[in-house]
Design a protein around this ligand. Sequence first.
Ligand code: CAA
Length: 265
Amino acid sequence: MDLKAIRYEVIATPAGYKIGVAKIARPEAMNALNKQVLNDLKVLVGHLSSHRELRALIISGEGEKAFVAGADIKEMEGMHLAQAREMAFAGQALFQKIEDLPFPVIAVMNGFALGGGLELALACDFILASTKAKWGLPEVTLGLIPGYGGTQRLCRVVGRALAKRVAMSGEMFTAQQGFDWGLIAEVHEPDTLFPAAMKLAITLASRAPLAVGWVKEAVHHGGDRTLAEGMKIEADLFARTFETSDHLEGIKAFIEKRAPAFQGK
Ligand code: CAA
């Protein structure tokens, strides 16, 4: 993969599982999502969707100040309606692909996560944040509104009242506020943030990969439907686990009082 604005590496866990770490690498511009970053993300996500090599992915920002400070504001200057619509649809489609990855994705919010940066984090399964992180949707301070899914995903996570509080004020919020509102899963001091994310990734990587992916699918596809529809989705996926060899291994390992060795099959 030829990535210019994302630093990507694959780390093998002691048990041999692969965890991807992608860092958006434009620290001089607060890791803002310019065309190059978006293109690199598209290439990376396309690769990860077709190669089932990872058990988990961590997304973070290079440097100490920012996760991602939003879409690149300078690139938006002079844009017209049709271009803006195209930009929003393209960004939304890309973030949807991230949300749809069949393995867990952890956003490591090491600093500012604003606008498109928060929207990127919202497309991940978990957000772990530094005590120094600041997050928000400041688009209204620019005369814009969020375009990469911010109004839609945030209200589904924190509820409409808090989502409006965030997106209509354009203010920045602390990691602790994000934790209290159910947006952020864990808050850590800056030097323990990445180790904590790795620890979570290793735990997730040790579980049956198909089952982990189907939990994600059940929550995503069932969560916005009626309870009865969601239950049907869950029951269908539960039944599918009984066609996997991993469920045989999981049950056998329990009976034999040993750790299971899941193959993702
Ligand atoms: N786009 C382009 N460049 C950006 C940027 C962005 N979103 N955010 C920061 N930068 C650049 C700055 O222009 C600056 O570049 P120069 O050195 O060339 O001037 C550099 O990064 C460092 O930034 P600051 O000097 O501003 O750093 P700071 O510490 O004083 O402030 C900050 C940090 C609070 C994050 C501030 O940079 C900021 O407010 N950034 C913009 C945040 C924002 O409004 N994001 C929303 C974008 S719109 C969007 O995302 C739409 C959507 O939903 C799709």
